[in-house]
Design a protein around this ligand. Structure first.
Ligand code: PMT
Length: 400
């Protein structure tokens, strides 16, 4: 899903300390072109002013069920019908209980009963309140009635306790809603993909690199977005534009790519190493431009870069790991060796001795290899190959 254009979003803010983050939620929805209306409970107004949320949303705040003026402008039934989706953030333990019991003694309670829209709940409360049996029963009841939960996240709480109960950060809430609305086979999954070449500097103006254009990795990222995933794309230096919905992180060297990959695997379900990572880097990067007359010849001492794919596979064993193998001979044999030596779940082999596929062209032809099978995908545009690969990955991880 690209954005929320033409979507009517109803944000219900209830009374918790995380209510101050609701302004950021509104800003992010609006940035993605949603029309946002806000319902505030009485206690929410103790944490953030209606004026603030009115200014950010650009719409009058709705806060009363029995106010004749407000009801004549847009009645609660009308508001319930207007909403394409409802987000309750933050949602307190009290509000969860209220929804379970179908109480309609305030605007939010009445709206929830009257609406057919998809309802997302981002709980926020003290960890003991969240873990309490009653809240957990309410949580299960709401799940069974089709409410979608976002979080809570774990971490330090306003009261100083550490554990589950924090509201998920606004940016992540938006990403997860987008992903949930997109009914693709990877909806709800986060995928981190590397793409393009790396550059290993020798001196300030020269570097070791390769012919990777990033086309295959960027196609994988677009296809993953189409399939509903949240996508982190860690890209070496290329001239391509990434899909708007992709979270793009640009790097130069293999070390930077490794560091970024580790950072963006924290929440990820799948890692796809499509980058052509330099196997070696210079042992000493000269601070000044190396002069031609410095010697008859030039020896550059290289040392091995860390292997990103196998490092990630070892560090995040519960994720699904996919590598690419660019080979010029014994293609599938070498690719299978990489499957085993790098301890990954899948390797995509491409024969880069064939200049019509692989590096810096629009097409590819690959074998998708796991320890059980090998699936041949005949020559096609990289985006179509990427869609097929992601389809296979989604079947594997949804079975896991
Ligand atoms: O970018 P394009 O122009 O579209 O070209 C696409 C491609 C040919 C680059 C792509 O399809 C491809 O094959 N990518 C992997 C290239 C490669 O480096 O292959 P490899 O066999 O050397 O490495 C095997 C795997 O280990 C790869 O997943 C690679 O990302 C990973 N690796 C390698 C070295 C290293 N230090 N760290 C790694 O993670």
């Amino acid at each position: 899903m690209q954005n929320f254009s033409n979507k009517n979003v109803l944000l219900c803010v209830t009374g918790g300390i995380a209510a101050y983050k609701s302004a950021e939620i509104i800003r992010l929805f609006k940035k993605d072109e949603a029309d946002v209306r806000v319902v505030m409970t009485e206690s929410a107004k103790e944490f953030i002013t209606p004026l603030t949320l009115q200014a950010v949303s650009g719409n009058e705040i709705h806060d009363s069920l029995l106010d004749i003026k407000a009801e004549s402008a847009m009645g609660h039934i009308e508001l319930a019908k207007w909403a394409d989706l409802i987000l309750i953030a933050p949602c307190t333990a009290d509000s969860m209980s209220k929804i379970v019991y179908g109480r309609a003694d305030d605007l939010m309670g009445a709206l929830i009963l009257a609406s057919n829209a998809e309802i997302f709940i981002a709980p926020a409360m003290n960890m003991n309140m969240w873990l309490d049996k009653t809240t957990q029963e309410n949580y299960k009841t709401l799940l069974s009635r089709g409410f979608s939960f976002i979080g809570p996240a774990e971490g330090e709480q306003a009261c100083g306790d550490v554990g589950p109960g924090r509201m998920v950060e606004p940016i992540k809430i938006i990403e997860l809603i987008k992903s949930a609305l997109n009914q693709g086979p990877l909806s709800g999954k986060t995928i981190t993909i590397t793409a393009g070449p790396t550059r290993e500097q020798i001196d300030p103006v020269r570097f070791i690199s390769n012919n990777s254009s990033g086309k295959m990795g960027y196609a994988m990222a677009s296809a993953a977005v189409e399939a509903g995933a949240i996508v982190n794309l860690i890209s070496g230096p290329v001239t391509l534009l990434a899909d708007k919905s992709v979270n793009l992180y640009k790097v130069n060297s293999a070390d930077e790519m490794l560091e970024m990959s580790i950072k963006y695997m924290e929440d990820a379900d799948v890692f796809i190493g499509c980058a052509a990572v330099s196997d070696y880097k210079s042992m000493d990067i000269s601070d000044i431009k190396i002069k031609k007359e410095a010697a008859d010849g030039l020896n550059i001492h290289l040392k091995k870069n860390k292997d990103i794919l196998s490092t990630i596979a070892a560090k995040y064993p519960s994720a699904y790991h996919v590598g690419f193998a660019a080979e010029t001979n014994n293609v599938d044999f070498n690719a299978k060796e990489k499957l085993v030596s790098k301890k990954v779940d899948m390797i995509i082999s491409n024969d880069v001795s064939n200049t019509a596929i692989g590096f810096d062209v629009d097409d590819n032809e690959v074998n998708v290899i796991t320890n059980k099978e090998s699936i041949f995908l005949k020559k096609d545009k990289k985006i179509r190959i990427a869609r097929e690969i992601l389809n296979i990955i989604s079947m594997k991880i949804n079975k896991k």
